[in-house]
Design a protein. Structure first.
Length: 353
């Protein structure tokens, strides 16, 4: 049953299903948008109608204001002009989905952003069988191999204790949606009190309606400098170097991000400590996830697309890159951070037989 056009196409507006006349995570305003998750490069303002998982709906309402949202549950089939769409857990952040698209026996899956490790907040990733997989590859370089979350938290807790013992405030940077809640969920509150920047706490308030998060204290103009000593502050990366952060003096900074795998990234941003923790797949899990879908055709959307799709072709996949406007998490994926020199420093490309 050959189609004249592929089931999903890459257009100037975004990923488009012509048969159903809908877009997936479009970057230009469209009539009907299916949204994988709440990060700003995937859930953009200006669409007439949004369709997303019910856990993502409050997030995008919070970020985008008065929008028209239809909510779906995992696996619920949505039939649009003969095309069957369904949302499946992506494990990236709370409410993040992959979108499965089926038409006349042909199945495509768009991963959005995804990771394999269960972070205790996002519904864990499930591989979905398909013929064609559209995948992100934000960390699609062999240099990226994550250590288990449990070990990262041991490092973070030790860092916090040491700072506390030396009378300093620990400022930990993480993206407002996803990363900070993941940090919060697993931080050991027996060490000290956890404070939050207003932007982080506003997002926490939205999420507390349906996820269990430890207690935090919002930093306001009335917060005393003395009470912050020895505490841990969760703040967006954009506050680094700002006037806001001077209230924490004496303080030390750390960032929790996949980019911290690049030593140069931490140095260049003048962050005292880097913890390697990502909400995206590392190199081995990208390869495992793709294999488990059974897909023979793979389209890479964002990240190290050229290197990654070339490697997939060496493995025998029909793989290619399409350019999109997905950017990765703002403030985490800083083009200055992942420079060519970093890549050359740390990358050993594996040999294929
Ligand atoms: Zn994302
Ligand atoms: Zn993304």
């Amino acid at each position: 049953m050959p189609h004249h056009k592929p089931l999903l196409q890459f257009t100037p507006q975004g990923i488009y299903c012509a048969q159903a006349d809908v877009h997936l995570d479009p970057w230009k305003p469209v009539k009907r948008a299916l949204i994988t998750h709440g990060h700003s490069d995937h859930a953009r303002w200006g669409h007439e109608h949004y369709l997303t998982h019910h856990r993502n709906a409050p997030i995008i309402r919070h970020r985008l204001g008065d929008i028209q949202v239809q909510e779906v549950a995992w696996g619920d089939p949505i039939l649009i002009n003969g095309v069957k769409f369904s949302f499946h857990p992506a494990g990236h952040i709370i409410g993040s989905s992959q979108i499965r698209v089926e038409y006349r026996g042909e199945i495509w899956v768009f991963t959005g952003d995804y990771k394999r490790e269960d972070d205790g907040l996002a519904t864990p990733y499930e591989p979905i069988r398909c013929h064609t997989l559209i995948t992100e590859c934000t960390f699609g370089l062999p240099a990226f191999k994550w250590i288990p979350q449990r070990e990262v938290f041991e490092e973070i807790h030790q860092w916090w204790r040491e700072n506390k013992d030396s009378g300093k405030t620990s400022v930990l940077f993480g993206y407002t949606l996803g990363k900070t809640q993941r940090l919060l969920k697993h931080l050991d509150q027996s060490i000290g009190k956890i404070y939050t920047h207003g932007a982080v706490e506003n997002m926490n308030e939205v999420l507390r309606h349906y996820v269990d998060l430890p207690e935090t204290t919002r930093i306001t103009k009335d917060t005393l400098k003395s009470e912050l000593i020895g505490s841990l502050v969760l703040a967006p990366p954009s506050t680094h170097g700002s006037a806001w952060i001077r209230k924490m003096v004496p303080f030390v900074t750390a960032s929790a991000s996949g980019w911290m795998a690049f030593r140069g990234a931490r140095r260049r941003r003048a962050i005292d400590r880097g913890f390697v923790m990502s909400d995206h797949c590392d190199w081995p899990s990208l390869l495992d996830c793709i294999r488990e879908t059974g897909a023979t055709k793979v389209i890479c959307t964002h990240g190290y697309t050229d290197i990654f799709s070339r490697y997939l072709r060496e493995l025998g996949y029909d793989a290619r890159t399409e350019s999109t406007q997905y950017e990765g998490e703002q403030g985490e994926l800083d083009p200055k951070i992942a420079s060519e020199s970093d890549v050359n420093d740390d990358t050993e490309f594996p040999q294929t037989a």
